[in-house]
Design a protein around this ligand. Structure first.
Ligand code: L34
Length: 293
């Protein structure tokens, strides 16, 4: 089957260009630039890349941004104080704390300390709760990136069986909720599969849409997928590759090479959901800015 690529990189670039235009209009009308602060703890290479990509996206769109870097030795109390300081700083519209955090820090406590008005990651329980009941709020960036991508490509979701692999608070659970809500993209019949699910393939084989977010390289194989399915690959796994200069390459949770020919639409890794996550963060930061004026 001839499959279509859901090009996250190109779609994210288009969204970022729209945002940039909006910022130019704001400035022309005498407004100030939207601003985002990111807290980065430690030197996890993936986190450093993601935050660097966010910083660049902000600069390109005309946002002010700052990355506050801390050693992995920072105490929980010190980190909470930093969050409180940024909450109180009127020049900052959006605040994110890049996850994961070192083990001695309680992520939940940190997330719950972020002011919901600056919670552009949508991770605070107030944001998550509002999302759950369909109130206007900051939607979490990765799920929002996925629904935006489906919408921009005109992929119809109504009445479809969507199988979500993974139940994390940042992807699996929120995307399941969003796709089951009323309206497009939504109105799906959603099944959530996870590490305790028996016979996962019986679910994936009946799926019209599969969202793979489990963090296992090439988990979704061709024989697990129905002909014509839509596949969204959230996984970003680094695997050894001696043919690369870096010694590794990025692969998703889906065996792209063998799965793609069975699909109607599929996201690549890299260049799929990752860039859409960043575009969504930009949308949320602009929204946080507008709410204050
Ligand atoms: N607080 N923590 C917080 N907010 C988030 O929204 C995230 N996430 C996830 C991890 N922790 C977080 C991200 O930023 C994942 N994530 C993220 C962001 C950007 C990219 C991937 C994941 C991205 O830019 N991906 C590129 C490839 C990057 C590379 O070369 O490694 C892509 O094309 O997929």
């Amino acid at each position: 089957m001839e499959y279509n690529i859901l090009d996250g990189k190109a779609t994210a670039a288009a969204i970022r260009a729209e945002i940039k235009q909006e910022v130019e209009d704001i400035l022309k009308n005498g407004g100030r630039r939207p601003s985002l602060t990111a807290i980065l703890v430690g030197d996890n290479p993936a986190s450093c890349t993601y935050v660097a990509n966010k910083e660049k996206a902000c600069a390109d769109a005309g946002f002010t941004s700052e990355v506050k870097r801390f050693s992995s030795e920072i105490s929980e109390e010190e980190l909470l104080d930093e969050v409180r300081k940024i909450n109180a700083d009127d020049s900052v519209d959006g605040l994110i704390v890049q996850l994961p955090l070192p083990k001695h820090i309680d992520e939940k406590k940190v997330i719950e300390t972020i002011s919901p008005s600056k919670d552009v990651d949508g991770f605070h329980p107030i944001s998550a709760g509002k999302m759950m009941v369909g109130e206007d709020t900051f939607l979490p960036a990765t799920p929002m990136g996925i629904t935006t991508l489906l919408k921009r490509y005109g992929v119809k979701t109504s009445g479809k069986h969507c199988v979500v692999l993974g139940r994390s608070n940042i992807v699996g659970r929120p995307i399941s909720n969003m796709l089951s809500q009323k309206g497009e993209p939504g109105d799906c019949t959603v099944t959530i599969c996870h590490s305790r699910t028996k016979d996962i393939e019986t679910f994936t084989r009946s799926a019209d849409i599969i969202i793979a977010a489990i963090g296992i390289p090439h988990f979704v194989k061709a024989d697990m997928v129905k002909e014509g399915a839509v596949i969204v690959d959230v996984g970003i796994n680094s695997i050894p590759d001696a043919t690369r200069k870096s010694g590794y390459r990025l692969v998703g949770d889906v065996d792209f090479e063998n799965v793609a020919p069975k699909c109607s639409y599929i996201t690549p890794v890299p260049g799929g959901v990752g860039p859409m996550t960043i575009a969504s963060l930009m949308i949320n930061t602009l929204k946080a800015y507008k709410k204050r004026f």
